[in-house]
Unconditional design. Sequence first.
Length: 409
Amino acid sequence: MDFFYVLLILLVATRVFGEIAERFSQPALVGELIAGIALGATVAEYPATFPQLVNLVANDVFVSITELGMFFLMLFAGVEMQPHKVLQHSTGSLVVAIGGMVIPLGLGITLGWLFLPNSEFLTAQCLFLGTALAITAVPATVRILIDLGQLDTKVGQTIVTAAVFDDILSLLLLAWLTGLIAVGEPPGAIDIAVLLGKMALFFVVTGVIGLYIFPWGGQLMHHLKAQEFEISGLLVGAFAFSVLAEMLGLHFIIGAFIAGLYFGQKTIDVASYKRVKNTISAMTFGFLAPIFFASIGLHLNLSALTDVPVFVGVLILIAIIGKVIGAGGAAQVYGFSFRDSAIIGVGMSPRGAVELVIAGIALKAGLFDVGSSEFPVVENLFSAVVIMAVVTTVVSPIVLQQVFSRDDP
């Protein structure tokens, strides 16, 4: 009963705030994040009034629901996008992804060396900052583009594909970081080679299944009498791809995205495809996605703003500038216009998904434990990264909305 109460509060709050955001010509995502922030602040101030919401982000069931939100967002993005367009923009997207990781990574490491005290954890802490700045939150990016109606454009396809490449490349950084935290040294060449081999194996296996098994399954569904078998078939494929991704060291959202990508109008008939897409859309944007984005807002702890405001301000600034220069600069070198390059840079700026996972790993490993209050930046490092993730996810759609609205007649 308590959990249904939690879902009731979250769903009402996110939908109300999302509608308010839309009324002010902003994407619903902005309202959903603000709903989470408002609820988190209210619970922190009046914990006895809302005991069911205290420590909600640590609840396993709630975490599972938020992960389903990420899963369905990426599945819908895959279903919505066209594989031939993704392949067409893949080279440019890879260039954008690399540029969008290298520059923020370097800026984050430099920021760490400038602000953090010398200690045995300094190298790992600097790499943590660099990794947190280098990664793009793919689910947030997808939602922003969907809200703005830009997912199926050349720029939108480039941003999403680059963000997926970004997520894959981030695994190398995560392996490096966890190695430093666990054993004090980064993974060796053999470990990296094994990880790259697993990535390649994933794409080969899913490619074979997507190109040959999915169409066969689509034809088989025409002879089945059970209702909504197409949606069940898509979910089975997406769950299978996600399980395979996790087994091979990739994030499960990559599996969901690839499954959706192979599930196109050539797999089933056009009418069934549209019905499946509408069903996924309703489940995603009517329930799971709002809960997921509210959960990001619930993570927010504003203590760093009062304890280390300069550090937080610089962190947010280089988080945005790093992506605009890195991803946007790479896009312009590849041939995009200055305007489209700037859009790509801003579109790659949202954090808030993988960053929270990485921050949680670092927190549990004791990376922020300093044993005294002499080093406020270290004490507030987790809080500062969460603030950065939330702010970039709120600011990006607002900026993009203003840019795209100028193009409307």
